[in-house]
Design a protein around this ligand. Structure first.
Ligand SMILES: [Zn+2]
Ligand SMILES: [Zn+2]
Length: 296
């Protein structure tokens, strides 16, 4: 289980790796460009070569692109829907050029219509995009907190989408904060075990491509997407110990998207203290063979 983070790419996509290393990340996620605006990153072949060299030299892997927040494959607005599908396609094409594992994205919102009303539209668009993008990239659907009709708050919803698409490149990313806010009690080992049984039954553990590792400011089932630093929210340290110890996640990259500790008034995103804490949790629960005389 690698522990990594979402980092800025200010100054060029290749700068993600130095920033990730500086905070001790072992894997990385980034936006290709401003996530609140349409338009994909323009990067020429020299830039791609520089990115690939920097990535290889850093030893950090895997890397992921986080898709645009504006994308909504469930939109009833034809223009937004088309732009969403073409943006997902260009992001996956970019992932192929850069040699990163894939694109993690929010499916979108049905805005109250219900998943059934938009299910065909989502699955057909995803299938089409998969047909037009590189075979070695993954299209990774992220679970939601369920706010405002966002798709994927229930593992069964994501599982249905994956089954219908029926393509081994379609995967999921589980955001721990979103899952908790959607009612999966990840704050205890019993809760984690129950949630993972459901996840394995509905989605299949092998389809989990990444975890967004975030504590939750909002309580269980609040349906609100509010990330908190590891151990400072309602999931808490015990919850992350249970998550790190669960076999479903043994080989899954963890990416922190936490606010960061407040040093000069405001947190600046995932930082070394959060990563160090998550590594300490991982190493404490997941390496019994290396520490046979460990005492508690
Ligand atoms: Zn996300
Ligand atoms: Zn979130």
């Amino acid at each position: 289980m690698k522990i990594g983070a979402h980092v800025s790419t200010s100054g060029g996509l290749h700068t993600a790796f130095d920033r990730a290393k500086a905070i001790g990340a072992e894997c990385v996620q980034f936006f290709e460009s401003a996530p609140q605006q349409w338009g994909t990153a323009r990067i020429d072949d020299a830039g791609v070569a520089q990115f690939r060299e920097t990535m290889a030299a850093s030893g950090l892997a895997p890397a992921f692109i986080h898709g645009k927040y504006l994308m909504n494959l469930a939109s009833a607005d034809a223009k937004i829907f088309k732009t969403s599908a073409s943006t997902l396609r260009s992001s996956l094409n970019l992932a192929g050029r850069l040699g990163v594992r894939g694109v993690i994205f929010h499916t979108g919102s049905h805005k109250g219509l219900g998943l059934e009303a938009v299910f065909d539209q989502i699955c057909e668009a995803a299938t089409q995009v998969l047909a037009e993008t590189p075979d070695d990239t993954w299209m990774i659907f992220e679970n939601s907190a369920g706010q405002g009709g966002t798709i994927g708050s229930k593992f069964a919803d994501l599982g249905q989408i994956l089954k219908r698409i029926d393509n081994s490149r379609a995967k999921v990313c589980i955001d721990t904060c979103h899952a908790f806010a959607a009612g999966y009690d990840l704050s205890s080992s019993e809760g984690v075990a129950a949630a993972m049984r459901e996840l394995d039954g509905e989605i299949g553990a092998a389809n989990v491509a990444a975890v967004h590792c975030n504590d939750s400011k909002a309580p269980l089932g609040a349906g609100r997407d509010l990330h908190e630093n590891i151990g400072e929210g309602h999931i808490g340290r015990a919850g992350f110990e249970a998550i790190a110890a669960h076999p479903v996640f043994a080989d899954v990259p963890f990416l922190l998207e936490v606010p960061g500790y407040k040093i000069d008034g405001a947190g600046k995103g995932p930082d070394k203290p959060n990563i160090d804490l998550m590594k300490e949790i991982r190493d404490g629960v997941a390496a019994p063979a290396a520490k046979p005389t460990r005492r508690r």
